[in-house]
Write a protein that binds this ligand. Structure first.
Ligand code: HPA
Length: 271
């Protein structure tokens, strides 16, 4: 299995041989949000053999590592591969995981450009039997039946909210339930209506398998969705979901997100 203890350990050791930095915080940069890594001080870039690039450095004086890009399920990777970097980060000594993504807004009160802290999630995969923890459990990572009702940590959320207040971002910050579908096709109108009825506020194509595996191994998690578009709820709508729009909005809010994460890291350092 791609995320077995041995394979993750081998990669963690490989990384340790390439950087002396020992980050306590890891940030996964979602679609269009990779620029976050560029603002780190004392950067060390470590390209993976495949996609994600790890950037070690410091943000606001705190050691951290950014993952630019991720393995998406829609690219054909297994959930084991999608969650492999999380276990590697855990073995490197990371304690706090900040996961970001681009998402479509289902909640009618959300605006394009809103930042949504993930309060809870609905895993369409998990409900459908594709849980990343399926299979033999390795106790070196965590328990067989991990709790998920507290996956998104309240203390981290409170610190993030403090940062939002200080930065004056309250008007475009929300909290809500994130729902993940496999992708890569965007949702139909009927699907969006179903997700909304189920209680989801935002929909995307990543993050939940990573969160489940991170919670399993005891990482503290903060999830942030950038609402890059409003999903279609009506057959009369002329809009169409498209990736270019998603990337365009990410660029617009990239700076605010960088400031938010920078401020939060400072607070984490103090706490
Ligand atoms: N749906 C799914 N994933 C997304 C969307 C969306 O509307 N926007 C950004 N990622």
């Amino acid at each position: 299995r791609r995320n077995s203890y041995e394979m993750c350990k081998e990669t963690a050791d490989w990384l340790r041989a390439r950087t002396a930095q020992c980050p306590k915080t890891a940030i996964i940069c979602g679609s269009g949000l990779g620029g976050l890594a560029e603002v780190l001080d004392n950067k060390t870039y470590i390209p993976g053999h495949q996609n994600p690039i790890l950037v070690f450095g410091e943000l606001n004086g705190q050691p951290c590592v950014c993952m630019q890009g991720r393995f998406h399920y829609y690219e054909g990777y297994s959930v084991g591969m999608v969650t492999f970097p999380i276990r590697v980060l855990f073995l490197l000594g990371v304690e706090v995981l900040i996961v970001t993504n681009a998402a479509g807004g289902l909640n009618p009160s959300f605006q394009v450009g809103d930042i949504m802290f993930i309060r809870d999630h609905i895993s369409m995969f998990g409900l459908g039997g594709q849980n990343p923890l399926r299979g033999p459990n390795d106790e070196r990572f965590g328990v067989r039946f991990p709790c998920m009702s507290d996956a998104y940590e309240q203390d981290l959320l409170s610190l993030a909210m403090e940062s939002v207040q200080e930065l004056g971002f309250v008007s475009f910050t929300r909290e809500g339930v994130y729902c993940q579908l496999a992708g890569p096709s965007y949702e139909t109108i009927a699907e969006c209506r179903v997700l909304q009825a189920l209680g989801a506020d935002a929909v995307g194509m990543s993050t939940i398998p990573e969160v489940i595996v991170a919670r399993h191994c005891g990482l503290r998690i903060l999830g942030i969705s950038l609402i890059t578009n409003k999903v279609m709820m009506s057959y009369n709508s002329q809009e169409k979901a498209n990736h270019e729009e998603v990337l365009r909005i990410s660029v617009v809010r990239a700076e605010a997100l960088q400031k938010l994460v920078t401020c939060l890291l400072g607070k984490l350092g103090e706490s």
